[in-house]
Design a protein around this ligand. Structure first.
Ligand code: GLN
Length: 371
């Protein structure tokens, strides 16, 4: 299960109804790939795949207390995936251990002639898991640690993870991403524009629901699209169609592309000072169903994940214990320069030595999950 067309952060916009968080059934598992994350956290499967356009692997991984990897753009083929934002989408694994995630990465990464954005990559993730972190430089992003809305318990666990890496021989350095506060605004221009264009193919003829019995094709398009898309998909389609209309395009789409360049440059300069960045994955732990009803507030839940899709770099979320206040799983995010995703697996292994592999959520740990 997932949010419809991968639009969302909670699975509440799934066409089939929401998925529940195995750690607390009153709470969301995160999204959009919430079904995959919940299945792994409940022990129904040891690995699953998700897609990440703005955080949809890393945020549910953090809410469900498991490992979730968003590889560098171009590392994994998207062939067969329904496109959302073609310049942002990437597929990656969920797992309860870093080595399981590495085994999936070794299997899925590399060139596929059916996805022209996929690259020939030389990577050995399982080998990277055997290297230690001594001498690695781990960047802490000033703007992220000072961000509004970052809860104290997430901040605390993030800094604790950084301290554990330092104790394991890594060097901590402060880095800056001065344009990162514009990431969400840029994403909610670029994402809907690309989604609007990609979803045009759901025309009831080749793809999507077909509401038959209309005298003319226009009527069939109109009623099929009105019935076939849920409210969040419609919101994004309307937003994208508005943003790409003449006169508006120049005002929003161009500046968003300029912001994209600035954010990419920010990451490039930050990676001159460090090999991996460590950050929170989500500002808070899993929220309750219905707790966030306003779309604009929901969009803010990806504040630490979105900039990385904009830059096309690699990122992953790793469990780093439970929150002192909520008692719910917290994920720490590791980020890597483009095609240096093995770096974050080295760091993730060092953290896993401290925290252990992710447990199956307590209520499901009797082995009866799924019965
Ligand atoms: N939550 C973000 C959104 O709603 C990201 C979704 C994703 O990565 N697929 O667009």
């Amino acid at each position: 299960n997932m949010d419809e067309f991968a639009f969302g952060s909670s699975t509440e916009s799934s066409a089939f109804g929401p998925t529940h968080n195995p750690w607390d059934l009153d709470r969301v598992p995160g999204g959009s790939s919430g079904g995959s994350a919940a299945a792994v956290a409940a022990g129904l499967t040891c690995v699953a795949l998700g897609s990440d356009t703005g955080g949809s692997i890393r945020q549910p991984a953090s809410f469900c207390g498991i490992v979730g990897v968003k590889p560098t753009y171009g590392m994994v083929s998207r062939y067969g995936v329904v496109a959302f934002g073609s310049s942002l989408d990437q597929v990656g694994p969920f797992a309860r251990s870093v080595e399981d995630a590495a085994a999936v990465m070794d299997a899925i990464c590399g060139h596929d002639e059916l996805d022209c954005t996929s690259q020939q990559v030389k990577a050995d993730f399982r080998a990277a898991c055997k290297q230690d972190v001594a001498g690695m430089r781990v960047g802490i992003v000033k703007e992220f640690m000072e961000a509004d809305g970052l809860t104290e318990e997430v901040r605390e666990r993030t800094l604790e993870a950084a301290a554990k890496l330092e104790a394991a021989g890594a060097e901590l350095v402060e880095v800056e991403l001065p344009h990162v506060d514009a990431a969400i605004s840029a994403y909610y221009v670029l994402g809907p524009c690309e989604a609007f264009s990609n979803l045009a193919r759901f025309d009831s003829v080749r793809y999507g629901l077909c509401d038959e019995g209309h005298k003319d094709l226009g009527g069939q398009y109109e009623s099929s699209r009105a019935k076939g898309f849920g409210p969040e998909a419609k919101r994004r389609i309307m937003l994208g169609s508005y943003l790409l209309s003449s006169g508006v395009y120049e005002k929003y789409y161009y500046p968003a592309q300029q912001v994209r360049t600035l954010i990419t440059q920010d990451y490039t300069s930050a990676y001159q000072k460090c090999d991996v960045i460590l950050a929170p994955a989500s500002p808070r732990t899993a929220f309750k169903f219905g707790e966030i009803s306003d779309p604009a507030t929901m969009y803010l839940s990806d504040v630490f994940t979105i900039s990385l899709n904009i830059a096309g770099n690699g990122g992953m979320s790793m469990p780093c214990g439970l929150g002192r206040e909520t008692g719910l799983p917290i994920g720490v995010q590791l980020m890597s320069p483009q095609f240096k995703d093995e770096n974050m697996f080295r760091v993730a292994m060092a953290l896993e030595k401290e925290y252990g592999t992710a447990p199956v959520a307590p209520e499901f740990s009797d082995g009866k999950a799924g019965e």
